[in-house]
Design a protein around this ligand. Structure first.
Ligand SMILES: Cc1cc2nc3c(=O)[nH]c(=O)nc-3n(C[C@H](O)[C@H](O)[C@H](O)COP(=O)(O)OP(=O)(O)OC[C@H]3O[C@@H](n4cnc5c(N)ncnc54)[C@H](O)[C@@H]3O)c2cc1C
Length: 241
């Protein structure tokens, strides 16, 4: 799959997927010995609802989701390559269970010259009280001043970062000039169960808009790769099993 653009310089790319909806069925059916090929009713749970096997298998996946039998959703794998601002990855890395991460190193390499600057329409102001904040678009004059200043300061900091390394400051210390909106890349691997927990929390209006943009892309990929599981996820109120 090609990289999907997110924010101004970010990307999401599905590197590997294995297992699919079939892995959910097989791991469920092992409990009654019906998982082996000879007994498995269909290798493809996706198809016409007129087919009795397809209907039954969709019903099985729906039952697992509805009754929170979560473990059969763990026998599959998604590996994503994600390029995102550091503050987005910081939120992402709070998801500990069923996720593996490897991240670009600011110790071993020089980081690229890209930092997140929101689009003018995406600059927001916060209104309301703690616990019930809402966000509104910021007036364009204030937003423009903010964006220009942000880009200027980040550009200056990046220049200082490079100069420090030219002067033999170790990259791991030179990077202290950089900001939380600096872009870095990571590999993130999870299974459908951990992915659903992530989507519930991060593709949600309460989540910060920037990580939500990433979660939205992941949700689309999940829907494509595991359509029956995804349908059951929606049908049962988008609750991670
Ligand atoms: C809108 C929003 C605002 C947030 N604000 C803050 C904030 O202000 N400060 C802050 O620190 N974090 C904040 N977070 C991060 C949040 O607290 C979680 O760390 C993050 O969402 C990961 O969720 P999780 O623990 O469900 O995921 P995972 O770590 O992937 O865990 C998955 C599930 O495993 C179970 N689990 C994991 N660890 C344990 C454990 N130790 N004991 C028992 N069960 C466990 C739970 O059922 C959990 O839902 C925020 C998150 C969101 C979405």
């Amino acid at each position: 799959m090609n990289a999907i653009r997110v924010l101004d310089h970010g990307e999401v790319e599905l590197i590997t997927h294995a297992g699919g909806d079939e892995s959910v069925l097989r791991s469920m059916l092992v409990s009654t010995g019906k998982d082996t090929s000879a007994n498995f009713e269909t290798t493809n749970p996706i198809g016409s609802d007129d087919d009795e096997h397809v209907r039954r298998n969709k019903g099985r996946i729906n039952f697992l989701m509805r009754d929170h039998h979560g473990t059969p959703f763990e026998h599959n794998i998604f590996t994503f390559r994600v390029k995102a601002p550091i503050f987005v990855l910081r939120e992402w890395h709070r998801h500990r269970i069923g996720w593996s991460y490897n991240e670009q190193s600011g110790r071993y390499m020089e980081l690229g010259s890209q930092w997140y600057v929101p689009a003018l329409k995406d600059v927001r102001k916060r209104v309301g009280k703690a616990g019930s904040y809402t966000y509104e678009q910021m007036s364009s004059n204030t937003a423009l001043m903010f964006l220009n200043e942000l880009d200027r300061v980040c550009g200056h900091s990046y220049e200082r970062y490079k100069v420090a390394m030219v002067n033999d400051i170790a990259p791991e210390q030179a990077r202290l000039f950089l900001h939380v909106n600096h872009y870095v890349s990571m590999y993130a691997t999870c299974n459908a169960r951990s992915l659903m927990n992530f989507l519930v929390l991060r593709n949600d209006p309460a989540a910060q808009w920037e990580i939500r943009e990433y979660a939205l892309r992941l949700e689309n990929i999940f829907a494509q790769q595991m359509p029956v599981t995804y349908e059951a996820f929606l049908r049962n109120g988008r609750i991670a099993p």
